[in-house]
Every structure is written in structure tokens, then in C-alpha cells.
Design a binder for this molecule. Structure first.
Ligand SMILES: Nc1nc2c(ncn2[C@@H]2O[C@H](COP(=O)(O)OP(=O)(O)OP(=O)(O)O)[C@@H](O)[C@H]2O)c(=O)[nH]1
Ligand code: SF4
Ligand SMILES: [Mg+2]
Length: 412
């Protein structure tokens, strides 16, 4: 049950003041002691994630958070970490008790509304308290209803589960299409998977596995080859494939080997579409053309993986960017959740394939960049741009190609 990758799970985060009963609700929903519960306010100090399966939504992650309105010395720092969870939240649960309505409750609902996040409001601890009249009035003014629960008696917990299911965004319940929509039913896709030293031992990486699964789900066929065998594989086919998908690292060789009329793209570009906004990333790629000496470029990675000596984000992309720009650049990195809030001094952000996180976090980062007026693109798109083949590999995606072409001065 816990085998679905974290990035494909719907993220449901539980917010509310300290001692509201958030951790108790997570434990009641999961039937497990996921989080420590105590009468001491501020028991949960950092976000706690629990993967679980909620039928019929499928795989989810429940996130317990540190309480809002914590007046202790560390309270402000904890609150900031709690609010950062909103970046990857697909559905928020606000837990209220008998305490008066507070600014942090209003702030949370305002932030969720601004992000178009569905919210479920819980009137918790019903065996010993009722909602404060100020909360009743504030919720009424916002047109919000509540689910009444008790973690002690179990009352309302099933109703809460049903409300979460009803409010979960439809678009996130549907498995993301990766590339099966790009080929006709029964179509053939050749997947080029180099087994270089970045490839993990004995297995394929997640985007490759997901692409193969997506092809099978879409009744298409996949032929998997290393880049060296690609010319021979193409020779053996009685008709050209409908699409070739390659690892970005083998772009130049693969593009040279695939006949002009056959569409080519990369796993990274497919993931940019499934996990982000391909049109926004394609438009952002034009920002590479305007880089000048000393410009700050941020490479953002969603996980904190161990970087190898020839790492794509640490070594190769910075090198290709500098070669392309013909000058020195100040390339910086942000990993995991450390995406800077202030981007004003950056000229460009380049995001990784985000295989370990969910689409919402990537969309939220795109929105942050847009608000700061900073172009954002992704690793695969940046690699194609610096190698002069971006137009070719965007051909399967006409609107992304337009978004790039309308901003680019390069006719590659
Ligand atoms: N009677 C009753 N007590 C509850 C209920 N839910 C939580 N409590 C108690 O309220 C206290 C706080 O519960 P927690 O679940 O730890 O609350 P929290 O919101 O996670 O608190 P922090 O992590 O400190 O922010 C504990 O003493 C719980 O036993 C409930 O439904 N009924
Ligand atoms: S850096 Fe990004 S693409 Fe690479 S493994 Fe981590 S989340 Fe996935
Ligand atoms: Mg707690």
C-alpha cells in the first residue's frame, strides 16, 4: 500500500492552533499512533508525513503540522515551517476547538483561498467542547460548514474521511498522463535509457518507470533501448515509431540518429508537463538567451539526493549554461523545501524534474517566480536550449513551442 511514489500522492495537511487536536485526528484517521498526542501545547514541532491509501482517492500523504498561535520562543519559526507546508498541500484541513477565532485561522483560510485550495473545517473534541461563537460567526461569513469530530469517541471521523474524498480535486485523483496521449492507440514509442554512472544500479529511475506504465495504461507500446542500440532498433522497425523519448543526457546523439519527421522529446520534458506547466517552462527557457556576466541563476531541486562527481544539476547544467552564455554566471542551488521566498535578485530559475514531489509544489514555485517577474524553466528544457535543439524537442507540444517561440530570438 505504501509503494506509490510520494510525488504521486495527494497531500492532505492538517492545520490549526496548538492543542486543537490535529495529531489526534491524524491518529484517528489512520488508526495508528502516527503523531505524539499530549495535553502540552506545541507537542508537534515539525511537519510529520504519513503515507496512506484513502479509497477511492488512492494514495495520499497526511501531513501533521506544528500548531499555529504558538507564543513560545520557537513558535514563530515553527509557524513558518507549518505555513510552508501549504506549498505542497492539495487539500487543507483546519481544526478548530472551543478557543475564540484567531488571526491565524483567518490567515490560513485566506491563503488557501488565494491558492484555490479546497479546505475542510473540523470542529474537534466534540465530546468536551463546542465551537466558540466567534468561530461560528467567522465561518458563516465565509460560507464554510464544519465536520464535527471526537478523536476520543470516534464520532465524525468517518464523515471527515468522506468530506475529504468529496473535496479532493478531481484533477489530482486522475493519474497524470505522461505520454500515451501523444501517440495513436496501439502507437509505438521508443524509449532511450542510457546506463551511465548516474543510472541507479539494477533498476530504472522513476520517470522512466512511470512512462512505461503510462504507455501500457494507454494501450500503446514501448521499446526500451540504450542510446548505442537506437540506430539498429530504428533500422529493424518496419515503420518509424510515433515518438522517441530520451534521457536528456543523450539528447544530441539521439536527435542526430532519429529521422527529421519523427517526433523526439525527453523524459524530463514529459515530466515537466505532468508535474508542472510545460508552457510556462518553455516560455522561461527564453530567459537563458538573456543571461549576462555575473547574473544569478537558481537551480532548484525538490529532493536532497547525494550529488555524484558529474552531477547534472551541480556540474553539467552550470557548465552548459556558462558555455551557452559565453560568460561567467553565479549559479546557486536550493534543495528540498529550501526554495527562497525572495527571488528578486535572480535572473533565472531552473527546476529539476520534481519526481519526488507533487505537481502542486511545482505550480506554486512557478507562481512565486511569476509574481517576482523571474523566468522559470526546467532541467530538460534548459539542456535542450543550451544544446540548440529546443524547438525540435518541443514539436510534440505546439502550445509550449509557441510559448517559447514568442519570447525567443533564437531560430534554432
Ligand atoms: N476529550 C478529547 N480530548 C482530545 C480530543 N482530541 C485531542 N484531545 C486532547 O487534546 C490534547 C491535544 O491533542 P493533540 O492531538 O496533541 O493536539 P495538537 O493539535 O496536535 O497539538 P500540538 O501538536 O501541540 O499543536 C491532548 O491532551 C489530547 O488527548 C478529543 O476529541 N476529545
Ligand atoms: S533532484 Fe529532482 S528530479 Fe532529481 S531525483 Fe530529486 S526530485 Fe527527482
Ligand atoms: Mg500535534
Amino acid at each position: 500500500m505504501n509503494t506509490a511514489p510520494r510525488g504521486l500522492r495527494i497531500h492532505i495537511a492538517i492545520f490549526g492552533r496548538t492543542n486543537a487536536g490535529k495529531s489526534s485526528i491524524i491518529n484517528a484517521l489512520t488508526g495508528q499512533q502516527v503523531s505524539i498526542v499530549s495535553a502540552q501545547p506545541g507537542t508537534t514541532t515539525d511537519p510529520v508525513e504519513k503515507p496512506l491509501e484513502i479509497f477511492p482517492i488512492g494514495p495520499c500523504v497526511l501531513i501533521d503540522t506544528a500548531g499555529l498561535g504558538d507564543a513560545t520562543a520557537l513558535g514563530a519559526a515553527r509557524e513558518e515551517r507549518t505555513l510552508r507546508v501549504l506549498e505542497k498541500t492539495d487539500l487543507a484541513v483546519l481544526v478548530l476547538g472551543g478557543e475564540p477565532w484567531a488571526d491565524h485561522d483567518a490567515h490560513l483560510l485566506d491563503t488557501c483561498a488565494a491558492r484555490h485550495l479546497p479546505v475542510v473545517v473540523v470542529a474537534a473534541q466534540s465530546d468536551r467542547t463546542t465551537l466558540h461563537p466567534s468561530s461560528v460567526a467567522a465561518l458563516k461569513a465565509r460560507g464554510l460548514t464544519t465536520v464535527t469530530t471526537s478523536a476520543v469517541t470516534g464520532a465524525g471521523i468517518e464523515e471527515l474521511r468522506q468530506t475529504i474524498i468529496a473535496k479532493a480535486p478531481e484533477s489530482l485523483i486522475a493519474a497524470p498522463v505522461i505520454c500515451s496521449d501523444l501517440v495513436p492507440p496501439g502507437g509505438l514509442v521508443v524509449l532511450v535509457v542510457p546506463l551511465d554512472k548516474e543510472a541507479p544500479k539494477g533498476r530504472l529511475i522513476l520517470p522512466q518507470v512511470q512512462t512505461i506504465r503510462d504507455l501500457l495504461d494507454g494501450d500503446a507500446m514501448g521499446l526500451v533501448v540504450k542510446e548505442r542500440e537506437l540506430p539498429e532498433a530504428l533500422r529493424r522497425l518496419s515503420s518509424p515509431p510515433d515518438l522517441v523519448v530520451t534521457d536528456s543526457q543523450a539528447f544530441l546523439k539521439v536527435v542526430a540518429d532519429v529521422p527529421e519527421g519523427v517526433p523526439v522529446t525527453s523524459f524530463s520534458i514529459l515530466m515537466a508537463r505532468a508535474k508542472g506547466d510545460l508552457d510556462a517552462f518553455a516560455a522561461g527557457a527564453a530567459g537563458i538567451e538573456t543571461l549576462r556576466s555575473g547574473d544569478r541563476v537558481l537551480l532548484a531541486e525538490s529532493c536532497t539526493h547525494h550529488a555524484i562527481s558529474d552531477d547534472i544539476g551541480r556540474v553539467k547544467i552550470p557548465r552548459w549554461l556558462r558555455q551557452y552564455a559565453g560568460c561567467d554566471l553565479r549559479v546557486e542551488h536550493a534543495s528540498g523545501n529550501d526554495f527562497p521566498a525572495d527571488l528578486s535578485d535572480y535572473r533565472l530559475v531552473i527546476h529539476c524534474g520534481a519526481c519526488t514531489t507533487n505537481r502542486r509544489q511545482v505550480l506554486s514555485r512557478i507562481a512565486t517566480c511569476r509574481a517576482a517577474g523571474v523566468p522559470i524553466t526546467n532541467y530538460g528544457i534548459a539542456i535542450a536550449a543550451t544544446q540548440g535543439i529546443l524547438r525540435r524537442v518541443l514539436t510534440p507540444f505546439p502550445s509550449a513551442l509557441d510559448a517559447f517561440a514568442s519570447r525567443s530570438s533564437v531560430t534554432q
